[in-house]
Structure formats: structure tokens, C-alpha cells
Design a protein around this ligand. Structure first.
Ligand SMILES: *Cc1c(COP(=O)(O)O)cnc(C)c1O
Length: 398
């Protein structure tokens, strides 16, 4: 059992402040309980850590660079560093987590992997590690999302995964999640469910945050080398469910001198009815098995979110971030589609890096925060823009 070391970390009972917990159907209890009882012991074992570290190094390509962006720095009068998660194998940070979870699944003796995916990025990262480990992979995806994200569906199939359409409800992410949960209830003994962000019932948010925490572990060492100190003044990261941000913040949570800027997608504007900015529009409730902030109607129905970026198009945030918001530890900023696309094009022209549209939201927030002079700023560049080429082309203006 871990001892709670920080008010921003999960408690022994699985809570971040008043958020978190495990609100799950009775039938899922044995699966989640098996994970809860074993995850810390397994992931802290030296043999587990050795395998995890070795794969992060040679398969994912870690450590990812911390790149000093001189032209962007000049524009903002700050020292801006980019944490290059876009250079990870498969193009984003998500693989850090899927590598960790598949090793955990193997240690628990599981033979099969299930996952759900919205945009397909987490599905691809899961299919990738299943191929790597020779494990069966089933990915649930909303029928509408499958049509919208055809290339990722094909990627998963090339990698050997079975992609099953969720055909109920809105035929999107939440319906895929329901299908995956149902599958898990029916196959508890041999199957592990890989969740893709710091969401879901305890212990998932903590487990995913630990796997992603390699991001801030590396930032500390890299800043020490380039700036002779471990702490930046600001860390910017976009928040869908919140896993890349959790990883970038993790080792700085108790260093209140490091300002944490969490960037949500405001879509066409928070008053437009087309937004995914949970902290601006959400209320407390239960989503995907945890108590957190989510966008909901007065009678508790989940509101369909909207963002131009598929990875931020989620109606809640994980309990880790709900607590950072509630406690004031992180500052939350909303960025519209237009602001994000402009920032993506600016980064492309200034630094020769086309970011994922999710990550572009984090860059747009540089405009919204008073950085002061010569401050050290880290922006977590969560993914590369290759997958978003179609979105950039449709947007035009370049
Ligand atoms: C999935 C994704 C996100 C959003 O997920 P988080 O769990 O909030 O990190 C952000 N950026 C990229 C590139 C993604 O693929």
C-alpha cells in the first residue's frame, strides 16, 4: 500500500480530494479489485521497471528531446522548451501508457486485451503493443467515429486488432466504452481492459498517471542540464481526459512555484453549445466509473462535447485534474478551434513542427497567460500533426 504523499496524489481510498473513487457495476467489481490489489506491487518490481524502461528506450524512443524553441521564445519573450512527445513511436504520448498496461496485464496472467477508442489514437497505441506482445486485441469504437477516423481503423486492422463497431446510442466514444465494459464483465478471468487516459475507476487514473510520469521525470533531468535547475516557471499541456498533462505535471505537483496551465478545448466558444471545456461548463457527477467534473444536463444526462480535435472531444476530465481545478493548483484555460488552428500554423512556420491539433491548443494558451520576462516555459507537445493533415487542409489559411 502506498502512503499518500501529496494532496494532489491519489489517497489510499482512491480519491483526489473529493474526486475519483470506483463507481462501477457490481459485476465489474472483481476485475477492478484484482487490479487495485496488485498494481502497485507489480509496477514497482525491479523486473517490471527494467522491462518498462527498456521498451520505453528502444521501442518508443525515449527519452524524448526537450527542445529549446528559439524563434517561438523570441515571439513571447520567454524561454520556451517543447517536450517532444510527438517523436514517440506511433506519434504521441499514449504509447507510454499502453506499454505499461500490457506489461501489467501479462504479469497478471491475462491473455487478451480490450480497449475503447474515440479518435482511434488510443486504439492504435493499444493494437501496437498487442502486436508487440503477441496478445489478442479487441477495440470497440463508435460506428460514427469509425467512419470519421478511417485511417486509424485501418492501422488497427493492419496491426492485427479486431475493431468492433458500437452501434447503440450516439455511436461514439461513450457507447464504445459501454461495450468494452460489457465485454470485460463477461470475460473477467483472461482479459485486461486498457484505458487510455487518467479516467475510469480507481486505480486507473493513478496507474495511467504513473506510466505517463516519465514525461516530467525526463523534463527535470533535461532542464537541470540546460538551465542548471529542475523547475520551470510554467508547464502548459492540453487536457482531454488528462493523461499527457498528468505526466507533464506529475513530479512538479508539490512544487507550487511551478505554475501548471491546463488547456481545454472551447470548440466554437463556451456559449455556443459546441465546446468541450469541462471546467467552464461542467458540474460534479459520475463519468466512466469515477466522481469528477463533466458536462451534463440538469437531470444528469451527459452532454455531447465538441472540439475540432478528436482527442479533446471528451465530456469530462479525469479526477486528478478535477482536483487540480478545484484546489486552484492548476490554471485552466479554454482555447477555441480557431485559436488552436492558428497556433498550429504558427508553430509550423516558426519551428518546422506541425503539431497534433490537440497539442496546438496548448500552444495557443501561450497568448492567454502573462508569462513575465525571461521565464522558463515547458509546453508538452503531446503529438504530431500527421494524423490531422485532413483537418489542416480543410481549415486552409496557410
Ligand atoms: C489523445 C490525445 C490527447 C488527449 O488525451 P489526454 O489523455 O488528455 O492526454 C492529447 N494529445 C494527443 C496528441 C492525443 O493523441
Amino acid at each position: 500500500m502506498s502512503v499518500q504523499v501529496s494532496k494532489y496524489q491519489v489517497s489510499q481510498k482512491g480519491y483526489y480530494g473529493k474526486f475519483g473513487g470506483a463507481y462501477i457495476p457490481e459485476m465489474l467489481y472483481p476485475n477492478v479489485e484484482e487490479l487495485r490489489e496488485n498494481y502497485l506491487q507489480i509496477i514497482n518490481e525491479p523486473s517490471f521497471q527494467a522491462q518498462f524502461r527498456s521498451l520505453l528506450k528502444d521501442y518508443v524512443g525515449r527519452p524524448t528531446p526537450l527542445y529549446f524553441a528559439s524563434r517561438l521564445s523570441e515571439k513571447y519573450g520567454a524561454k520556451i522548451y517543447l517536450k517532444r512527445e510527438d517523436l514517440c513511436h506511433t506519434g504521441a504520448h499514449k504509447v507510454n501508457n499502453t506499454i505499461g498496461q500490457i506489461l501489467l496485464a501479462r504479469a497478471l496472467g491475462k491473455k487478451k486485451i480490450i480497449a475503447e477508442t474515440g479518435a482511434g489514437q488510443h486504439g492504435v497505441a493499444t493494437a501496437t503493443v498487442c502486436a508487440l506482445m503477441g496478445m489478442d486485441c479487441v477495440v470497440y469504437m463508435g460506428e460514427i467515429d469509425m467512419a470519421r477516423q478511417k485511417p486509424n481503423v485501418e492501422r488497427m486492422k493492419i496491426l492485427g486488432a479486431q475493431v468492433i463497431p458500437a452501434t447503440s446510442g450516439s455511436k461514439t466514444l461513450k457507447d464504445a466504452t459501454n461495450e468494452a465494459m460489457r465485454h470485460w464483465i463477461n470475460n473477467p478471468a483472461d482479459t485486461h481492459y486498457i484505458i487510455g487516459s487518467v479516467v475510469g475507476p480507481h486505480p486507473y487514473p493513478d496507474m495511467v498517471a504513473r506510466f505517463q510520469s516519465v514525461i516530467s521525470e525526463e523534463i527535470k533531468a533535461q532542464l537541470l542540464e540546460s538551465e542548471q535547475k529542475t523547475d520551470p516557471d510554467f508547464i502548459f499541456a492540453c487536457v482531454g481526459g488528462g493523461s499527457n498533462a498528468a505526466g507533464a505535471y506529475y513530479h512538479y505537483l508539490d512544487k507550487e512555484n511551478v505554475k501548471l496551465i491546463a488547456v481545454e478545448a472551447s470548440g466554437l466558444g463556451n456559449e455556443s453549445g459546441k465546446s468541450a471545456a469541462t471546467t467552464a461548463l461542467g458540474k460534479e457527477g459520475v463519468l466512466h466509473g469515477s466522481r469528477t467534473l463533466l458536462m451534463q444536463t440538469p437531470d444528469g444526462q451527459v452532454i455531447e462535447p465538441y472540439s475540432i480535435s478528436a482527442g479533446l472531444d471528451y465530456p469530462g476530465i479525469g479526477p486528478f485534474h478535477a482536483n487540480l481545478f478545484d484546489s486552484g493548483r492548476a490554471q485552466f484555460v479554454g482555447i477555441t478551434d480557431e485559436e488552436a488552428m492558428n497556433a498550429g500554423l504558427t508553430l509550423s512556420r516558426l519551428e518546422g513542427i506541425i503539431p497534433a491539433v490537440e497539442s496546438a491548443h496548448a500552444f495557443a494558451a501561450l497568448e492567454k497567460v502573462d508569462l513575465g520576462k525571461d521565464k522558463i516555459v515547458v509546453v508538452n507537445l503531446s503529438g504530431r500533426g500527421d494524423k490531422d493533415l485532413e483537418t489542416y487542409i480543410k481549415w486552409g489559411k496557410y
